[in-house]
Design a protein around this ligand. Structure first.
Ligand SMILES: NC(=O)c1ccc[n+]([C@@H]2O[C@H](COP(=O)([O-])OP(=O)(O)OC[C@H]3O[C@@H](n4cnc5c(N)ncnc54)[C@H](O)[C@@H]3O)[C@@H](O)[C@H]2O)c1
Length: 366
């Protein structure tokens, strides 16, 4: 009975349900007995997890732009959700260099439009707004960022996430904190990896595409470290914070970081080699370093997750090896075994994740 069964038979809106995280979250919520209502402007990739797992037939999806304030509001008023998870965003750093304006309007104005819809809610609703670890002003120090560290962003994607945070805070202070029917939290997580991601310029996608064609993968920043975590880790945090808000167990209007174990801070090169090995390839011939860095990416960004541990009893579940195993299993099922039951495989991986959390006595999994 994960998450104290609070999602059973509840109406849950997910903005960005057609994306990578949105597809995993939709699947998990279906397993928890929720009625899932998705809202997104498009299916962002071909192939997509949304389509290959048949989510289009399993949830109620509405196409719409989050910047369309009236349409967004009408959708929320029609569904009357018990929970909202706002994930829709222009989430790709390289795209933010090509189309900064669209990134800013989607991530900042789009978030304001969702907050406008929340302002108009007259029933009880618990809202989780997803931003990013990139919302922090990255000063490239070695310490993990805490929820009260300075926000900012030197590139447009990061700046749009920092700006979204300011918008959320001002809506919270000006309106939402005085609405007794609304509970709201902000969540920040870093790079996530997992099966079913086909977004561009993400290392796992580049690897599995290359490996499935018998090629070596080209990597541009081999020494860059990322706090890699499986997509289910932050999703367990989002669901956990929603549960605790709903049950009144955690303060309203706060931000929470969700990050991986320290051991998971591996270089891009190490991750590529480890994945190649799980794919059955020679780890020493898995990657070619191009040194061709097409855009600036900050190299060091770690989250401090003490707050999630203290208030939610949340910590990450998987070890790095388990995370790589799950990813290899999912993409091999798609590319090598050409399985058509990827919804079942995704559910099996979520079951596995919940079992691992239970073994570690993590509060939400009991
Ligand atoms: N994937 C990561 O590593 C990562 C890391 C930190 C934070 N995040 C954040 O998590 C959230 C989800 O990320 P993801 O990886 O699933 O992204 P994604 O690119 O896979 O999906 C984005 C979703 O948003 C939708 N969308 C984009 N613009 C829209 C618009 N104008 N109107 C309506 N819908 C729109 C897309 O259709 C899609 O459903 C985003 O807020 C992202 O910034 C992701």
């Amino acid at each position: 009975m994960a998450f104290n069964n609070v999602f059973k038979d509840k109406k849950v809106v997910i903005t960005g349900d057609t994306g990578f995280k949105g597809s995993w979250l939709s699947t998990w919520l279906l397993m928890l007995g929720a009625k899932v209502y998705g809202y997104a402007n498009e299916i962002p990739t071909t192939p997509s997890m949304f389509e290959v797992t048949g989510l289009d037939k399993r949830i109620n999806h509405q196409y719409g732009d989050i910047r369309d304030k009236e349409k967004m509001n009408n959708f929320i008023q029609e569904v009357k959700p018990d929970f909202i998870f706002h994930l829709a965003a222009q989430a790709i750093v390289s795209t933010s260099y090509k189309d900064p304006f669209n990134t800013i309007t989607t991530n900042v104005v789009g978030t304001a439009s969702v907050l406008e819809a929340i302002r108009n809610i007259t029933w009880n609703c618990t809202c989780v707004i997803i931003t990013s670890d990139k919302a922090y002003d990255n000063v490239e120090w070695i310490w993990g960022y805490r929820e009260n560290d300075r926000l900012g962003g030197k590139d447009v994607y990061s700046g749009s996430k920092g700006a979204a945070e300011l918008v959320i805070k001002s809506y919270w202070m000006s309106f939402i904190k005085d609405m007794p029917n609304i509970k709201l939290a902000v969540t920040r997580a870093g790079n996530v990896i997992g099966g079913g991601d086909w977004a561009k310029d993400r290392i796992i996608v580049d690897c599995v595409k290359a490996f499935s064609e018998g090629k070596t993968v080209e990597i541009r920043c081999p020494k860059a470290t990322r706090p890699w975590q499986h997509v289910l880790e932050p999703l367990s945090g989002y669901l956990n914070v929603a549960q605790y808000l709903y049950e009144g167990k955690v303060a309203n209007g706060e931000a929470f970081n969700f990050g991986p174990r320290a051991e998971q801070t591996k270089t891009v090169f190490e991750l590529t080699q480890d994945l190649a090995e799980k794919w059955g390839l020679d780890r020493n011939n898995a990657a070619k370093i191009t040194g061709n860095i097409p855009f600036r990416e900050a190299t060091l960004l770690k989250l401090n997750c003490d707050k999630a541990l203290a208030y939610l009893n949340w910590h990450s579940t998987l070890h790095y090896e388990q995370c790589v195993d799950l990813i290899a299993e999912w993409y091999k099922a798609y590319y090598v075994e050409k399985r058509n039951d990827l919804h079942e495989l995704t559910k099996k991986q979520i079951e596995f994740y919940m079992e691992q959390a239970k073994k570690q006595n993590i509060e939400w999994s009991k």
